[in-house]
Ligand binder design. Sequence first.
Ligand code: GLC
Ligand code: CA
Length: 556
Amino acid sequence: MQKKWWHDKVAYQIYPKSFMDSNGDGIGDLRGIIGKLDYLKELGIDMIWISPIYQSPFIDQGYDISDYYKIAEEFGTMEEFDLLLEEAKKREIQIVMDLVINHCSSKHEWFQKALDDPAGEYAEYFYFVKGKDGNPPSNYRSYFGGSTWEKVPGTDNYYLHMFAKEQPDLNWENPKVRKELFDMVNWWLDKGIGGFRIDAIINIKKDLAFPDFEPDGPDGMCRATKMVEEVDGIGKFLGELKRETFAKYDAFTVGEVFNMKEEELEEFVGEDGYFSTMFDFQPHILTSSENGWYDTREVDFLKWKAAIFSSQVECQDRVFLANIIENHDEPRGASRYLPEHARNPQGVKMLGTVSILLRGIPFIYQGQEIGMTNCRREDIHDYDDIDTYHQYQVALDAGLSKEEALDACYRFSRDNARTPMQWNAEKNAGFTMGKPWLAVNENYREINVEDQEKDPNSVLNYYKRLIRLRKDSEWKEVFVYGNFLPMYEKDEQIFAYARKAGEKTAVVLANFGEKEMVVELDKKIRKVLLSNQDKMAGIDENKVILKPCEVVVVSI
Ligand code: GLC
Ligand code: CA
């Protein structure tokens, strides 16, 4: 495999609204991020992906952009952004922006002009489509519920929105739109950013016939992703996007890609792929249900492990994926992937280890490095997320009680990951001097950065050691490029694999079960590279005794 500058990076995702508030308005901001760069450097981070910071009405928390060239005033100014870039550079940290180009905000100038003149040039920037006998053009359900079609006032046309009605889809078939977007991407790259995380990108190719599909729910509609799965030809757009922008700058790109056709893997992220990498969501979609959050299953250890292993093995030598435990759209990994008995600091370290030493680029989501957890709310109004409101309603419509619907949100709401970062044990977890836009998780008194910095055995200090091991000059080649070899595949407690490059082999062994286990390797153990125990129960020749929640990395 040809080596690329980003292969050995450790990335960190910042959700800016909830990271650090510097001016007491309750909203995280750019100055807040700048103030924490040393913290991130110390953790071992080389690259920061920041969720959208562009001007936005925040209907979908910034994923609805009304001006791609402006910083949201909630977050600061362009001067502050430039300062962030400069300060990050000083610390050899790359800034990766979020690129939301499937749709913009209904408040974007283009859409406003389109509404003003529905027969004019700007209507062609969107999908304005004639209705069928007084009905919308097709029976698609949007991601956030309800039809994907909204009436264009004063006409018999509808406009398409895969997400909220305030997020009209951009018409990629129109060369003018593509040109506008490519210019904008290059404008940011010219500033010196490292690249982009590319939002919801699979949706940009539409079937312009907008055919109806067999309804898949009681609302008589069919999920809009069905159309995305059926249509061909996205490659033309993505190839052009890459050629006209990223390729010229050797930029790093990571795609948020769901519903890709399997055979397109290399086209997307192979050596000459459209993107540098994409997130491996295989382990995350396992538990989801088409009926909604209320119907999600508990994580099944064997299936979860198998999903990770099969991605790892399949991608070996072909592509480089990006691995996550959680992000701003997912519940907290510590609450989701750990069995009840392991929801403690030892368990959190174990989960972090098995994930971060996989082949691929690790993306750590803010707060993951201290073991932040899901957050229970008493009332649906304590949430501030369009998707959570929708899923709550879906649960009620399915006949669940309010308590049950809230419980589904507790398990799955995107706001679980969006509560303010827990910096210390003081008021509002040290996130703000004012009133936080979203209430903090009450467990900040037990889980926070300041306390963990003082405790050598904390999750945070363990994460630092873990990242240091990944980057250790002696082991880097193994953890970045080494082969992935699954071990104990069928075992119901043990999560184990080896990473091997040349003569060097590291083995990761973790016990997710409740019983002590003895693990036997086929070679003699040379050295313990990392352990989450003060004192290991036992290690002898080629055997390791693993207590519940114990993880160890050894060389053989
Ligand atoms: C992506 C984002 C999510 C957003 C959606 C629409 O999935 O991660 O937060 O709601 O796209 O832009
Ligand atoms: Ca602020």
